[in-house]
Design a binder for this molecule. Structure first.
Ligand code: PGA
Length: 261
């Protein structure tokens, strides 16, 4: 790890209604409180479904939890006749701090292209929400192009053409490791995160590359998180399945306890 503050992000995907969401965030906050979690060294952000956001926001603000709120997607448009879309403006009003963009499930099931990911990144910048841009290769791409080609290309495409880059986060998630139980080795994850940072430095300068957090995601659990975060190249984790269990996710957020071992 470096001076970049670790980011522990929980992507709930299409799980938990607003009542279940409240129960999970409450449990998570209590578990982290019991463990005297230091949020200044490891930021904790949850990404519930849209219909949960208002309830979770209300809970976080009423109980003064330090857990932050994220969303799983946003529209490239700001308002108007776009049925089913959610504007960054609405998310900002709910105090959403970060938004996932281009998750591989959206690229696969909703045909999201690099161009759309770029446009959504621009929308996040416009609304002052930090985009968490997800990149990663499929097994076939890994075999034909190697580990870093696709994630580097997707990163540069998302960052291209903006007048000015706001704060952003990159989440490297090999598609073959998502929800499969197959995990990249800590060395593989560190290597690809390093290549992504190098590419950002080359294209956008060293200052931006050094201040950007690059996460690993794909079958992360409390038992394997420390391996990834031991590398100075990996600044946090994007967690799917294991973020639905308060104790497990709290264990992931407390990864620093395992680092010394
Ligand atoms: P997983 O999902 O932790 O269940 O593999 C990660 C993700 O898709 O963000």
């Amino acid at each position: 790890m470096t001076e970049r503050v670790a980011l522990i992000a929980g992507n709930w995907k299409m799980n938990l209604d607003h009542q279940q969401a409240i129960a999970l965030v409450q449990k998570l906050a209590w578990s982290l409180k019991d463990a005297a979690h230091d949020y200044s060294t490891a930021e904790v952000v949850v990404f519930p479904p849209f219909t949960d956001l208002r309830s979770v926001q209300t809970l976080i603000e009423a109980d003064k939890f330090e857990i932050k709120l994220g969303a799983q997607d946003l529209s490239k448009f700001d308002s108007g006749a776009y049925t089913g879309e959610i504007s960054g403006d609405f998310l900002k009003k709910l105090n959403v701090k970060q938004v996932l963009i281009g998750h591989s499930e959206r690229r696969t099931y909703h045909n999201e292209s690099d161009e759309l990911v770029q446009a959504k990144t621009a929308a996040a910048f416009r609304h002052g929400i930090v985009p968490v841009i997800c990149v990663g290769e499929t097994l076939e791409e890994l075999e034909t192009q190697g580990a870093s080609a696709v994630p580097v290309r997707q990163t540069l495409a998302a960052l291209a053409g903006h007048e000015k880059l706001g704060e952003f986060v990159i989440a490297y998630e090999p598609v073959w490791a998502i929800g499969t139980g197959k995990v990249a080795t800590a060395e593989e994850a560190a290597m690809v995160c390093g290549k992504i940072r190098e590419a950002i430095a080359k294209e956008h300068g060293d200052a931006i590359a050094q201040s950007t957090r690059i996460l690993y995601g794909g079958s992360v659990k409390a038992a394997n998180v420390a391996g990834f975060l031991r590398s100075p190249e990996v600044d946090g984790v994007l967690v799917g399945g294991a973020s639905l269990d308060a104790e497990e996710f709290s264990g992931i957020a407390r990864f620093q306890k395992h680092l010394a071992i």
